[in-house]
Design a protein around this ligand. Structure first.
Ligand code: FUL
Length: 453
C-alpha cells in the first residue's frame, strides 16, 4: 500500500476526491489548527553527553536528572501559551524514556528514581493536569537496537508505539522524524546500516496502527498523512502558505518519510488534492538538546514574537522546542523569554477592538463599522476552512479621517493570517476585499488588536 492508497482508506472526511481543487480538513485537523502553538521537549542521554545525536552505546546510568519536575516544566509551557507538549520518548540513540518491555535500553536501567521512573508518565500527567495535549516523538532510526535494518525492528518499533499509545491516555499528535539509517552501535555491531526510506518501515501499516489505537491523534511526518513538516527547522512557514500539499520525493519521484522535495513544503500546493497543513518545528536554542555552552544563545522574546508571526501568522502551527537541562528542569535562560512571550501574547490578543461588531458582507467586501474609531496595529483574519482554502488574494482597507487607505495585502489566509502593521492605525471602518478566490469564500473573523510591549 503506498501513501495514496493509505489516504484513500481514511474515508471521505479526510479525503476529497483525488484531483479535486478543494481539499478539505478532517475533524482532527480542525482541532489541531486551533492549538496554534505547542512545545517540543528534547531530552535523553544526549542531555548528559552533550551530543545532538547519540551513537547508541551510551550507558543508561548517565541518565539521572535528579531534580526532574514535570509540573515545573509544563507550568512554564502553559504560561508561554503552549497548548500541547511533544516529548522525545526515544531519539536516534534508542534510549527509551519509559519502562518499555521491548528493550533494556531505557529509564529502567538508569539511576534516575532507582530505575523506577517513567518520564513519559510524569510529563503526560503534568500536561493533563494543566490542560495541555500530550504528543509522542518516537524516532524510527534506532542506533542502539541490534535488529535495526531487519524486518524484526519494524515490529519492535510498532510495539514501542503501541505501548506509548495505550498506556498514557489520549494522544493528540504522533511525530515521526525523517532522519533514517547510517552508522550506529546496533547491539555492538558498530557498523553502517542503510535502509530503503520508501519501503523499509511500511509507514502505511504504522499509520493504520495509530489510527486504530488513537483515532483522534494527528500524524506528523514529512508527508503527513495529517500534518506536514514545513521543510525547514527555522520555524518559518511560506508566504503564501497553502494548507493542501501533494509532496514529491527529493528526486522528483514518489515522496516518503525522509524523502521529500523540501523546498516545496513551506508553501504547499495550491489546489493540491490533500489537506496537509504545515507544522513549524524550531528550537529555542541552536541545538535540539540542552548544552551549557548554548545558554547565552537562547532566542529572545523578540525572536519568539517574530517566529509567531512567521508561522502561526501564516496559518501554520508553531512547535517550539525547549530542552530540559541535566537537572531535569528548564533553565532560566529559556523560561525568561518563554514567559515574556506568553505575557506578550495574552496582553496583545486580550482586547479585540472588533469584538461584537458585525462583519457585513456585500459581494466580496467584508466591512466592520466600529462606530467609534479604534487604534490598532495587528490584524487577524480567518476564512471558513471547513469549505477549504478558497482565497488567493485580498486587501484590507481602513477609513482614516474620511479616506480609505490600503493597510494590508496578501494572498493566502486559511485558518488564520496575522498582520503586524508596524504603525498605529486609527480607523472607524475597516474593510477586507477578496481580490481572487477559487470558489465563493467566507471570512469568519476580522479582528483588530494593539500590540503590547
Ligand atoms: C530530526 C532529528 O534528527 C533531530 O535531532 C531533531 O529531533 C529533529 C526535530 O528531527 O529529524
Amino acid at each position: 500500500m503506498d501513501r495514496r492508497q493509505f489516504l484513500a482508506t481514511l474515508g471521505a472526511a479526510a479525503l476529497p476526491a483525488v484531483g479535486s481543487a478543494n481539499a478539505l480538513p478532517s475533524e482532527r485537523q480542525l482541532r489541531w489548527h486551533e492549538l496554534e502553538t505547542t512545545a517540543f521537549l528534547h531530552f535523553t542521554v544526549n542531555t548528559f553527553t552533550d551530543k545532538e545525536w547519540g551513537y547508541g552505546d551510551e550507558d543508561p546510568a548517565i541518565f539521572n536528572p535528579a531534580k526532574f519536575d514535570a509540573d515545573a516544566i509544563v507550568t512554564t509551557l502553559d504560561r508561554a501559551g503552549m497548548r500541547g507538549v511533544i516529548l522525545t520518548c526515544k531519539h536516534h540513540d534508542g534510549f527509551c524514556l519509559w519502562p518499555t518491555a521491548t528493550t533494556d535500553h531505557s529509564v529502567r536501567a538508569s539511576k534516575w528514581r532507582d530505575g523506577k521512573g517513567d518520564v513519559v508518565r510524569e510529563i503526560a500527567d503534568a500536561a493533563r493536569r494543566r490542560g495541555l495535549g500530550v504528543g509522542v516523538y518516537l524516532s524510527p532510526w534506532d542506533r542502539n537496537n541490534a535488529a535495526y535494518g531487519r524486518p524484526e525492528y519494524v515490529e519492535i518499533y510498532r510495539r514501542q508505539l503501541t505501548e506509548l499509545l495505550t498506556r498514557y491516555g489520549p494522544i493528540f499528535e504522533v511525530w515521526h522524524d525523517g532522519a533514517n539509517g547510517g552508522d550506529g552501535y546496533y547491539g555492538g555491531a558498530r557498523e553502517k546500516r542503510t535502509i530503503d526510506r520508501n519501503t523499509y518501515y511500511d509507514w502505511p501499516g504504522t499509520w493504520a496502527l495509530v489510527r486504530k489505537l488513537q483515532p483522534d491523534a494527528v500524524i506528523f511526518s514529512d508527508i503527513g498523512p495529517d500534518i506536514r513538516w514545513v521543510g525547514n527547522e527555522k520555524g518559518i512557514a511560506g508566504d503564501p502558505c497553502w494548507m493542501a500539499y501533494d509532496p514529491v520525493g527529493a528526486d522528483g519521484g514518489m515522496a516518503g518519510v525522509g524523502n521529500v522535495r523540501e523546498k516545496d513544503s513551506p508553501t504547499g500546493t495550491r489546489h493540491g488534492s490533500h489537506w496537509l497543513p504545515p507544522e513549524c518545528d524550531v528550537s529555542i536554542r541552536p541545538g535540539w538538546f540542552w548544552h551549557e555552552r548554548e545558554n547565552p544563545r537562547v532566542k529572545t522574546t523578540r525572536d519568539l514574537v517574530n517566529l509567531y508571526f512567521q508561522s502561526v501568522g501564516r496559518g501554520a502551527n508553531l512547535l517550539l522546542n525547549v530542552p530540559p537541562n541535566r537537572d531535569g528542569l528548564l533553565s532560566t535562560w529559556d523560561t525568561t523569554p518563554l514567559e515574556a512571550f506568553g505575557r506578550w501574547r495574552r496582553a496583545t490578543f486580550e482586547v479585540n477592538h472588533a469584538a461584537g461588531v458585525p462583519l457585513k458582507r456585500q459581494g466580496d467586501d467584508f466591512t466592520l463599522d466600529l462606530k467609534r474609531p479604534a487604534a490598532f496595529n495587528v490584524i487577524r483574519v480567518r476564512e471558513d476552512i471547513r469549505q477549504g482554502q478558497r482565497i488567493d488574494a485580498f486587501t484590507i482597507y481602513a477609513e482614516v479621517d474620511g479616506n480609505w487607505e490600503t493597510i494590508a495585502e496578501a494572498t493566502s489566509i486559511g485558518p488564520r493570517r496575522l498582520f503586524r502593521l508596524g504603525r498605529n492605525v486609527t480607523a472607524g471602518r475597516v474593510r477586507l476585499r477578496i481580490a481572487q478566490q477559487s470558489a465563493k469564500a467566507e471570512i469568519t473573523e476580522l479582528a483588530l488588536f494593539a500590540e503590547q510591549p
